[in-house]
Design a binder for this molecule. Structure first.
Ligand code: UD1
Ligand code: CA
Length: 455
């Protein structure tokens, strides 16, 4: 097998994004653009991947970690100059090198594989991956001669009016014979409209040297889209979103309105789960089979079992086990773990708490820093008072406990199995099994007093 290298260009500033965030770190469906590129290259059986970093180098390295090697481009003098920075790492290798920009997040491993195959069949010095753009503005154009053979690439800013009319564009992806690439790079100059060392000039140089220069035209322009500004970023998100939604629908999930269903690249969704429109599922969330998620729900980094219903609620870093349900308008915060067949109704918040199987928390309740057992009934408006202004304290509630409405449980507390808290109580002491705790002022009725009141 020929050795395969890949270079990801990720050193540019991305001025057109007008952002403090480095361009290639902008996200498409919850994952940075450069991470999408790297992920697809990883799937394309490549031996060595080198990422060229420069502007925001530390943040890019932090985002990609040890999945790639790095070359530093101290000054951003152009794409050709960027590739030169990898010479120490791979310049002397035999084999092939594919180059991809960090701002083209939609390419698939399959396309890279096809490019390698096309390149190898033709024994080319370089194969340019091209596509046909409905509006080619901003892209480098593929200049072919009278018989259709590729001559060179001309950048938008250097193109004549006739050249600007060419719709076949350079996708910024190429497969090179590695040694020929580095030899030709030594000959590029920066005498162009942008004063940069263009990688694209290598094509014309190889052609002039009589090398075999070919182009592999892909039939899907969308996949080759480069993201230079936020308008393209929104388009790339839309394309990726459609791709993700179609994938999960093919896998057996139903979507009522996929156009308004926002699922991140890292999410997994089970079969026969139904997702209404206007739902956001982010991060590494996993949704089981047979779930129903209504509009207005936002689920972030959460794990949902089978047969779970989520109605217009927000979940972050939470877990819901099989058969449980929540909502409308409730909030699970980090480390909330909801047991099997638990019911959480409306306007409830749960944080850092385990709720045991079959427990019901119907309305307007806050549970924080607590461990709740099975088959508990929690009335309306119960507050687990977990914070004393300095520290958080824990409450344990045993199985089959009844907590009456509008009770405050002031932690730390241990409410034993089968105990009963009367409504309206402010509980400061733990209970024992079968206790009934009542902690509220007694009512007095003043005879005929209402007659004296001014109403
Ligand atoms: C580039 C191509 C253009 C092609 C388009 C496809 C060149 C000269 N032009 O244009 O033909 O149609 O991509 O999307 O190559 N970068 C560096 N160091 C630098 C400059 C850029 O690492 O000094 C990186 C950027 O971070 C980016 C990539 O190279 O990821 C491409 O640079 P960009 O400025 O976006 O090039 P385009 O103008 O889009
Ligand atoms: Ca670009």
């Amino acid at each position: 097998m020929v050795k395969r290298n890949a270079i990801i260009l990720a050193a540019g500033k991305g001025t057109r994004m007008r952002s403090k965030l480095h361009k290639v770190l902008h996200q498409v469906c919850g994952k940075s653009m450069v991470d999408h590129v790297l992920t697809q290259l990883e799937q394309a059986k490549i031996d060595t991947i080198v990422t060229v970093v420069g502007f925001g180098a530390d943040t890019v390295k932090e985002a990609l970690g040890h999945r790639t090697r790095y070359a530093l481009q101290k000054q951003q003098l152009g794409t050709g100059h960027a590739v030169m920075q990898t010479e120490d790492l791979i310049g002397k290798e035999d084999g092939e090198t594919v180059i991809v920009s960090g701002d083209t997040p939609l390419f698939t491993a399959e396309t890279f594989e096809k490019l390698f195959a096309y390149h190898e069949q033709r024994h080319a010095a370089v194969t340019i991956l091209t596509s046909v753009a409905p509006d080619p503005t901003g892209y480098g154009r593929i200049v072919r001669n009278d018989v259709g053979i590729v001559e060179r690439i001309v950048e938008q800013k250097d193109a004549t009016v006739q050249e600007q009319a060419i719709k076949e564009i350079n996708t910024g992806v190429y497969c090179f014979d590695n040694k020929k690439l580095f030899a030709a790079l030594k000959k590029i100059k920066n005498d162009n409209a942008q004063g940069e060392y263009y990688l694209t000039d290598v094509i014309g140089i190889l052609k002039q040297e009589g090398e075999n220069v070919t182009a592999f035209k892909m039939d899907n322009f969308e996949e080759s889209m480069g993201v230079n500004d936020r308008i393209a970023l929104a388009k790339a998100n839309k394309i990726m979103r459609d791709r993700i939604n179609e994938h999960w629908m093919r896998e057996g999930a139903s979507m009522i309105d996929p156009a308004t269903t926002y699922i991140d690249a890292g999410v997994k969704i089970g079969k026969d789960t139904v997702i209404e429109g206007n739902v956001v599922i982010q991060g590494n969330s996993v949704i089981g089979n047979d779930c129903y998620i209504t509009s207005g729900s936002r689920i972030v980094n959460s794990k949902i079992g089978d047969g779970v219903t989520i109605t217009s609620s927000t979940l972050e870093g939470a877990q819901m086990h099989n058969g449980s349900n929540i909502g409308p308008n409730s909030h699970l915060r980090p480390e909330a773990e909801i047991g099997e067949n638990v019911h959480i109704g409306n306007f409830c918040e749960v944080k850092k708490a385990y709720i045991g199987e079959g427990t019901k928390i119907g309305h307007l309740t806050y549970v924080g820093n607590a461990t709740l057992g099975k088959n508990i009934n929690i009335g309306c408006g119960v507050v687990f008072v977990n914070y004393d202004g300095t520290n958080k304290h824990h409450t344990n509630v045993g199985d089959h406990v009844f907590i009456g409405s509008n009770s405050n449980l002031i932690a730390p507390l241990n409410i034993a199995d089968d105990s009963f808290i009367a409504a309206g109580s402010t509980i400061t002491d733990s209970t024992e099994q079968y206790d009934m705790a009542i902690a509220r002022a007694r009512q007095t009725n003043k005879k005929d007093y209402a007659k004296k009141l001014p109403w």
